[in-house]
Design a protein around this ligand. Sequence first.
Ligand code: APR
Length: 249
Amino acid sequence: MAILDEDDSYVIQELSHSLSAAKYPVVFTGAGMSTESGLPDFRSSSKGLWKKVHPDTVASVSAMNENVQSFIDFYYNRMKNQQQAGPNTGHKILADWEQRGLLSSIITQNVDGLHQEAGNENVIELHGTLRKCHCNRCGTVYPDTLFLEGNYKCPCGGLIRPSVVLFGESLPVDAFYQASDEAEKSDLFIVLGSSLSVSPANQFPLEAKRNGAKLVIVNMEPTEMDDAADLIVRDWKIGELLEMVNRFI
Ligand code: APR
């Protein structure tokens, strides 16, 4: 049980009251949502993935076209990592909140599928998913197991690649417009575990704010959108915070 100081109690009270009063609460998640499942994030000052390797060399269209072995190795390791990870306390509480009608939807930048595995049904995946692959030429969809077994060649001759959005690719159109719609409808928009440094995903918190939503940012480190937030929660791990808030709603 964390020892709450007056700031903590204010945060818990603010969050639980806002959630209980909200008509259309939307949660927006980043890689910080899954670190408590053992998956690394990208920009954490200590151990973010992009502190070890530059995304252009492994997670971009140019890497896929010109550096295909590094591209394959990078995603093979992420898929392997992914298989060991399961939903954490935070994921499970968000699923419970959806079931109780306390959460309208989740917009996620994550590709790990852990929100759906925890039980959330209304999940918008802005950056695709690591749980599927498709042929980069003909678009045929394949299970991730094929990629993990080392099959990268589609019968059409194209490359079988993970169905994540690479740097240099645009977001899936339907996900983009669904997320925009959710941001517009929300009256409470809670960011969980994102540095908000990648566009256009980082525009949705601002879109919600412009449409009158209360914007809450829960993140261990400062984000690029902190100035727009009504409430910033900095020194809480997401799982512990949601667990504490859950006691009051
Ligand atoms: N509780 C709270 N915050 C956390 C936790 C935690 N348990 N773990 C990590 N964080 C914070 C980190 O401090 C970091 O600022 O989560 C944030 C994650 O930020 P990023 O690593 O930048 O991840 P994200 O914002 O999701 O990146 C967006 O960039 O590389 C692309 O496609 C990739 O979807 C990703 C996008």
